[in-house]
Design a protein around this ligand. Structure first.
Ligand code: PLP
Length: 501
């Protein structure tokens, strides 16, 4: 993590390893300063449990105004003007209004289904804060993730009433975390095996349990079924065990796998959920919660939602009073983050290439300052295939023609491969790609759609720091204005932090 202490002029004095990194630490391991306005009296009247008095945000980075393009360009100019200082660190630009736009899409298509954002996908402080302010619930899988939500320095449904707005959606939980959930009134939690039931019966008998069933995940990029989910034929025994232990099972959850591309997966899962509700009923349970999990992509959301929504209404009509929630992760953040990387070295010269050669294998190898041990871990873990385009060619910013959505670059491109900075030969980001011929060491590349399962799993292997994030509330638009209004209203400590441009 790069500190900007010596250059306060950059306007990022507080870009220390805060926020998103903190949420991965044990809450005990970092000192948390609560430099926020005193909470309203209703808060201080009843002593909150210890963990809730902490604030995971020591301070938030500045929130700028303007498009991702303008922020990328501004940042590169800034870095280039500090020639001998960190000019080649990779960095993200996050457009928070993009997260807001996704929420509007959700509300339009699935008004009945309450989204619980899957924190693991991107526990970014601004993302979490905006979503909390919008009233979302949260899907947490660990103590640290729960703490991130409970510690939000703003009143929101998730911190006010965690029992209804946080689901501990990890079917295999450490005992200490079950106890932590009990202490903090996080009641809803998933299970898919009898050992977990015995654990919960001992540690948290009043928990509200949700049975996670196995569904067909074969039409998803990342399959979860191999690790979690009870097959339908195991459901009767599991629910019988829960009943014998006098446990309170309130409903059913599933996850069709992340990056789902077949709407039928949801319909099939809803049918299995219905069967599970019936088994519950035969044992004397009256389930009232259906959790349809995540899996929604950015591009196919409407397609999936238009099968899921009607299936929910058909099998679980609103009149039944069943509460329907979901755990979207990727859908909310995929598009919001763009990454800028710097070409730090190059092997092979474009001039050496005989254009007539049939051999398609790339001759030029670019080495950049972020790779699969950093933000591009998504290549290894998330089956991602990120795409690069030049941000600068021979130190000149490549301007985008917004109208035509075309790049104004010299059209000559050569095939190349793109590698990360570590000494591991596994550290290859793109095996084969075409990029402008003129690219040189020192030039910048841009990678869009880098918001899901990227920063959160990045390491500092081999001594390479994680990319910083620079935030913008978006270019002039109604959504951007709304984002600024919401953030300011619900987080008084943000007053004055919004910077122009
Ligand atoms: C990862 C995960 C999610 C989020 O999935 P997306 O495909 O990103 O929407 C939701 N629920 C559970 C239990 C998960 O493990």
């Amino acid at each position: 993590m790069q500190f900007y202490e010596s250059t306060p002029a950059t306007g990022h004095p507080q870009l220390s390893p805060t926020a998103s990194n903190n949420s991965n630490n044990s809450p005990k391991n970092h000192v948390i300063r609560h430099n926020l306005p005193t909470p309203p009296p209703s808060h201080s009247a009843s002593p909150a449990p210890l963990d809730r008095q902490k604030c995971v945000y020591e301070s938030l980075p500045n929130l700028y105004h303007g498009s991702t393009e303008s922020q990328l360009a501004k940042q590169i100019k800034l870095l280039e003007s500090h020639k001998d200082f960190a000019e080649e660190n990779p960095f993200f630009v996050a457009d928070i209004s993009s997260v807001y736009k996704q929420h509007i899409r959700w509300k339009n298509e699935l008004p009945r289904i309450e989204p619980f954002f899957a924190v693991k996908c991107n526990p970014d402080p601004y993302v979490i804060r905006l979503l909390a302010a919008l009233g979302l619930g949260f899907d947490c899988a660990s103590q640290a993730e729960i703490n991130t939500i409970l510690s939000l320095p703003t009143s929101c449904p998730a911190t006010e009433d965690p029992s209804n707005n946080i689901i501990f959606a990890n079917p295999c939980k450490a005992a200490s975390m079950v106890k932590f959930a009990r202490r903090n009134q996080v009641k809803m939690m998933t299970f898919d095996n009898t050992d977990e039931l015995h654990k919960i019966a001992k540690l948290y008998p009043s928990a509200q349990l949700v049975i996670r069933i196995l569904t067909d995940d074969s039409k998803s990029v990342c399959r979860f079924g191999i690790k979690f989910g009870a097959p339908l034929d195991a459901v009767p025994h599991l629910l019988k065990t829960a009943k014998d232990l006098s446990l309170n099972v309130i409903g059913v959850s599933f996850h069709v796998g992340s990056g789902c591309y077949d709407p039928q997966s949801y319909v099939d899962a809803i049918q299995r959920s219905k069967k599970t509700f019936e088994v519950g009923e035969s044992l004397g349970y009256k389930f009232n919660l259906l959790d349809v999990g995540g899996g929604f992509g950015h591009d196919n959301f409407e397609l999936l939602a238009r099968s899921l929504g009607p299936a929910v209404d058909e099998y679980f009509p609103a009149e039944t009073g069943v509460r329907v929630i979901a755990e979207p992760g990727r859908f909310y953040v995929h598009d919001a983050f763009s990454l800028a990387t710097n070409i730090i070295a190059k092997r092979g010269s474009a001039d050496d290439i005989d254009e007539d050669m049939d051999d398609q294998s790339p001759k030029v190898m670019y080495y950049q300052n972020d790779g699969v041990y950093g933000a591009f871990n998504c290549v290894m873990f998330d089956h991602a295939e990120p795409k690069a385009r030049p941000l600068t060619v021979q130190s000149q910013l490549v301007l985008e023609d917004v109208q035509l959505n075309e790049r104004k670059v010299d059209s000559e491109e050569i095939s190349c491969s793109i590698w990360g900075p570590t000494c591991d030969s596994l550290d290859c980001v793109m095996k084969s790609h075409k990029l402008a011929k003129g690219l040189q060491v020192g030039d910048w590349l841009r990678w869009d759609e880098m918001g899901a399962y990227t920063i959160c799993a990045a390491s500092t292997f081999n001594g390479f720091s994680r990319a910083d994030v620079h935030y913008t509330s978006g270019a002039d638009s109604m959504e951007a204005q709304e984002v600024r209004r919401i953030l300011q209203q619900t987080a008084p400590d943000l007053q004055g932090l919004i910077m122009y441009p």
